[in-house]
Design a protein around this ligand. Structure first.
Ligand code: F6R
Length: 240
């Protein structure tokens, strides 16, 4: 795992945007795997700024998001559909038909998971997957458990994730209890992975990434088996 240690969140966001810009230059038809949450917001801001300056072109890019709450309407301002449009898609020239996000209002969630995984498979998965990390070490919504799931699936959120994400909702009761998420196998099929982490709250999860353990109790530790991961983090996440 390559480490890019940054002094500030802005520096981290810029380093992450550099990785995407570099990929777009060599492969304008690339597929990006995208994450939501507060961590990548600065990176999305950078990408929008660079697009506005005419430095980036997303017209041939395909995107697949990692996850979505279930059930949730795309119109709900806490849905990841809404988040992605607000923070990125509405401000760049990505083609709407090239945007893929698990459908949080699909009547049959299992069929939706199969459809999403099949679409990723047909696409050859993603060239670059951006990941945040939960305080409990989750990636996507692959929560700590006795076993992990290989492909896109529906999952129950843990209490730790519900509490952490309640900051975005009016109350903890409003946080959906389930989510549709790419599986660990789906994520590991990405050609390259960019894991972003900032702030002290992520220190324990980042420490576990940097020692030699691989455990389903800290799902991100499985990234140690992937040959092309870049960890971009700030000093608070790294040193605690
Ligand atoms: C979001 C996602 C989650 C977040 C993680 C960290 O699409 O899959 O795994 O990356 O919960 O969230 P933040 O960045 O809000 O700390």
């Amino acid at each position: 795992m390559k480490l890019i240690l940054c002094k500030t969140y802005e520096e981290m966001s810029s380093a992450a945007a550099d990785e995407i810009a570099e990929l777009l230059q060599v492969n304008p038809h690339c597929t990006l795997g995208l994450a939501t949450g507060s961590t990548p917001v600065g990176m999305y801001r950078q990408l929008v700024r660079r697009y506005e300056k005419g430095e980036l072109d997303f017209s041939e890019v395909t995107t697949f998001n990692l996850d979505e709450y279930y059930p949730i309407s795309p119109k709900n301002d806490q849905s990841y559909y809404y988040f992605m449009h607000e923070n990125l898609f509405d401000h760049i020239n990505v083609a709407p038909e090239n945007i893929n996000i698990p459908n949080g209002s699909a009547p049959d969630p299992l069929a939706e998971c199969r459809y999403y995984e099949d679409k990723l498979t047909a696409n050859g998965f993603v060239d670059l997957q951006v990941l945040g990390i939960g305080q409990n070490g989750h990636i996507g919504f692959n929560e700590p458990d006795g076993c992990l799931y290989a492909s896109t699936h529906i999952t129950e959120l843990t209490e730790s994730t519900i509490t952490a994400n309640s900051r975005f909702f009016e109350s903890e009761d409003d946080v959906p209890r389930k989510a549709l998420t790419m599986g660990i196998g789906t994520i590991l099929k990405s050609k390259k992975i960019l894991l972003l982490a900032n702030g002290k709250a992520k220190h324990d999860a980042i420490s576990a990434l940097l020692d030699d353990r691989i455990t389903t109790a800290i799902p991100a530790t499985i990234l140690k088996t992937h040959p092309n991961v870049i960890l971009i983090c700030d000093e608070e996440a790294y040193y605690g």
